[in-house]
Design a protein around this ligand. Sequence first.
Ligand SMILES: *Cc1c(COP(=O)(O)O)cnc(C)c1O
Length: 416
Amino acid sequence: MSVARAEFDGAPSHTLDDLTAGRLPDDRGRFGPFGGRFVPEILVPALDRLELAVQEALSDPSFQRDLSRELRTWVGRPTPLTHARRMGEAWGATVYLKREDLTHTGAHKINNAIGQALLACRVGARRIVAETGAGQHGVATAAACARLGLPCTIYMGEIDVERQAPNADRIRMLGATLIKVRGGDRTLRAAIDEALRDWVTHPDSTYYLLGSVVGPHPYPLLVRSLQTVIGTEARAQHLEREEALPDVAVACVGGGSNAIGLFHPFLADADVALLGVEAGGTGDHLGTHAATIERGTPGVLHGAYSLLLQDENGQIQDTHSAAPGLDYPGVGPEHAFLESIGRARYTSVSDQEAMAARDECCVLEGVVPALESAHALAGAKRWAAANPGTRILVGLSGRGDKDLALPSGPRERERP
Ligand SMILES: *Cc1c(COP(=O)(O)O)cnc(C)c1O
């Protein structure tokens, strides 16, 4: 999507205090220099209306009541905090897993989808559009729309439809219209482009249900608000079980929604390190990974100013990850800000390391994590090697059933 309206004109100097005191994003949607709203003029009134609706809904007790009822009775919250005893022994650390894989539809995406679907009902939307990469956000959105009786169209890249076929089938089964995107990179980036294009065509009747903490203001704020339930629960559960906070909270970062959801309630706990793990893919060159924070540069993508994987001419680069949910050349502006002020650290692990960590979690804990979540496990394992004996909280963002048909799946790696 091209930029028809640029508001970027210098960098406000925000601090961690601004963030923990709830002053960020600021009234222009910025976290320091990052974020904002870089969209075609036609979307501005729709985003203004959404911003107002978000403010009203989040402070309205009746909205909060409806949301917590759905989270409790339909999503299956609170999700458990599992002590990963055998994996902890193997790593020389105390490891707890926050089990978003046990939510309805199998990933944290549902927390956001049901919240935004309730918001869409509140603003009288007649139809929902959404993008999906791994298919988890598409499934969550289709399910939430079915539950609330909202017609729903999901855009999914052709490559993702193939590599995540069970989720494509599930989306159709839940009554949504699935549109295969054959243009662009045929993965998540192209799917977002198409969903935005659809929204631009019908900005009044359509609600765009964005799946991560990316996009123009107020989406990063809205999605973060709906995902912080992960960290709020995990913080209380960890305190109860260990009578202490973890030394580090670790989560995988695609757009960054499960990570921001886990991190946010710990921001003011100065002794809790925050570690985001990106997709290192198969190599260091542009095109072979999706390590946006570690190796990206600032620019505008999908309506916000953040870090991006682009070449020296500003051309967005193709990305690679075995985990389709991490295969995205941008990242949420709040993560770019957390990195810039040093409150969170970001690293990347390769496809191979993630798969090894997934296998370890399967056989040591009896839990099959999504390949996305396996990146967090691999990052946690490295942290444990460098910081033996520490307490590690890992965000297990989703379950791995969707990955079983991938070429890198267990069958090809069977030992003789
Ligand atoms: C979509 C997805 C992710 C990546 O999205 P974030 O917005 O970075 O959380 C991670 N894990 C799973 C299981 C996903 O489906």
